[in-house]
Write a protein that binds this ligand. Structure first.
Ligand code: GDP
Length: 425
């Protein structure tokens, strides 16, 4: 039997075309996670198209083309193993609505690889992604300076990109010394699983080596149960099966659980993970669970499940600390963008601009500012336009962080400080 390795959710982020897909593909290929028949098929095609030896980059570009044509090639569920861990790549590089995926995906990530192409350096989305990973609370970062082959494997270019990303990290309050930087070529396979002879000046570990140095986050099993719901199914012969990921606490068979804001209670009859029945589910487990006493339409995406005697909070109003990333003009009271919080998407109205803060030090710059603009950090109060479960990020980080989106753009990100609870009957 295979021994159970600890699991880490990994986000691979960065500006478009900087090589996220190629990096993920390369990691999976080197880890032996791409099914042999797919490798074989592409080797043959590479040969027939006169690519001589097996050209990895060509394979990745073909995969990308197929994806763009809508053909799904399932590269082993984006799962790969290193010596110590098994990884799931939680976001979906190359997807069009990438930032939105990052918000929902990255809030679940334990660590992130930020890919920055050496020839281009820091770009718009690099900034956005560094900012979001900070606000969404991803503590472990690896910066992969990619396409080193296209920058003649020059140490000076690597150092320049490292310095630029370093300033960006400082801006969001992260010490660059706490972040690992590595020069790679996902295309050529430099420093991925083997130390590259092309960059003798680099004295660090390979990307696999750095991934093995990450730490497994502690599981908050002792906290109250919270399971944001992704979807609910009705399965004949079984009944209603909500699906979601346990964020905190422990879900046990036989427990009475309450879904909020739906305010429906039922008994857990069975829990399933990876198509196997399990007696209990812990933080990080993606599960489906059958609940007796509720109907399929009683529960929907965005609801949160908790123990019946300690149900999730539904906010009448909440205070939050936010950082504004971009906005075409100015944000004033009454602004009602969509908050993406755990699995919920709910429009919330800014009801008070409490104070403007120094984004670096957190010190108050202005009480009751009349507006907020790009670059500002602030404490605000907001009112959900329909019932929303949100918790203070201090108590439940995964349920208190959110991104604010409007007109297809990420306007701001932040975390909930306190909740005025709505009375539920
Ligand atoms: P994504 O949009 O960030 O997922 O980027 P892709 O992985 O699709 O890569 C964008 C383009 O850059 C593709 O044509 C890749 O073949 C190319 N590319 C990716 N990694 C490397 C690399 O290490 N070196 C070079 N020269 N090109 C690369």
């Amino acid at each position: 039997m295979a021994t159970e390795k600890p699991h880490i959710n990994l986000a691979v982020i960065g500006h478009i075309d900087h090589g996220k897909s190629t990096t993920v593909g390369r990691l999976m290929y080197e880890a032996g996670a791409v099914p042999a028949h797919i490798v074989e098929q592409y080797k043959k095609e590479a040969e027939s198209k006169g690519k001589g030896s097996f050209a990895f980059a060509w394979v990745m570009d073909s995969l990308k083309e197929e994806r763009e044509r809508g053909i799904t090639i399932d590269i082993a569920h984006k799962r790969f193993d290193t010596d110590k861990y098994y990884f799931t790549v939680v976001d979906c590089p190359g997807h069009r609505d990438f930032v939105k995926n990052m918000i929902t995906g990255a809030s679940q990530a334990d660590a992130a690889v930020i890919v920055v192409a050496a020839p281009d350096g820091v770009m718009e989305q690099t900034k956005e992604h560094v900012f979001l990973s900070k606000t969404l609370g991803i503590k472990q970062l690896i910066v992969a300076v990619n396409k080193m082959d296209a920058s003649k494997y020059e140490e000076a270019r690597f150092n320049q990109v490292k310095a630029d990303v370093g300033s960006l990290l400082k801006m969001v309050g992260t010490n660059p010394d706490s972040v690992k930087f590595i020069p790679i070529s996902a295309f050529e396979g430099d420093n991925i699983i083997k130390i590259s002879a092309n960059m003798p000046w680099y004295k660090g570990k390979t990307l696999f080596g750095l991934l093995d140095e990450l730490e497994v986050p502690e599981k908050p099993t002792e906290k109250p149960l919270r399971v944001p719901i992704q979807d609910a199914y009705s399965i004949s012969g079984i009944g209603t099966v909500p699906v979601g990921r346990v964020e905190t606490g422990t879900l046990k068979k036989g427990m009475n659980v309450t879904f909020m804001p739906a305010n429906k209670t039922g008994e857990v009859k069975s829990i399933e993970m990876h198509h196997e029945e399990i007696p209990q589910a812990l933080p990080g487990d993606n599960i489906g669970f059958n609940v007796r006493g509720i109907g399929k339409d009683d529960v929907r995406r965005g609801d949160v499940c908790g123990a019946a005697d300690n149900p999730p909070s539904v906010a009448e109003e909440f205070s939050a600390q936010i950082v504004v990333l971009q906005h075409p003009s100015a944000i004033t009271i009454g602004y009602t963008p969509v908050f993406h919080c755990h699995t919920a998407q709910t429009a919330c109205t800014f009801t008070e601009l409490v104070k403007k803060l120094d984004p670096r030090t957190g010190q108050t710059l202005e009480e009751n500012p009349t507006f907020l603009k790009a670059g500002d950090a602030a404490i605000i109060k907001c009112h959900p336009t329909k019932p929303l479960c949100v918790e203070s990020a201090k108590e439940f980080p995964q349920l208190g962080r959110f991104a604010i989106r409007d007109m297809g753009q990420t306007i701001a990100a932040g975390m909930c400080i306190s909740v005025v609870k709505k009375q539920m009957r």
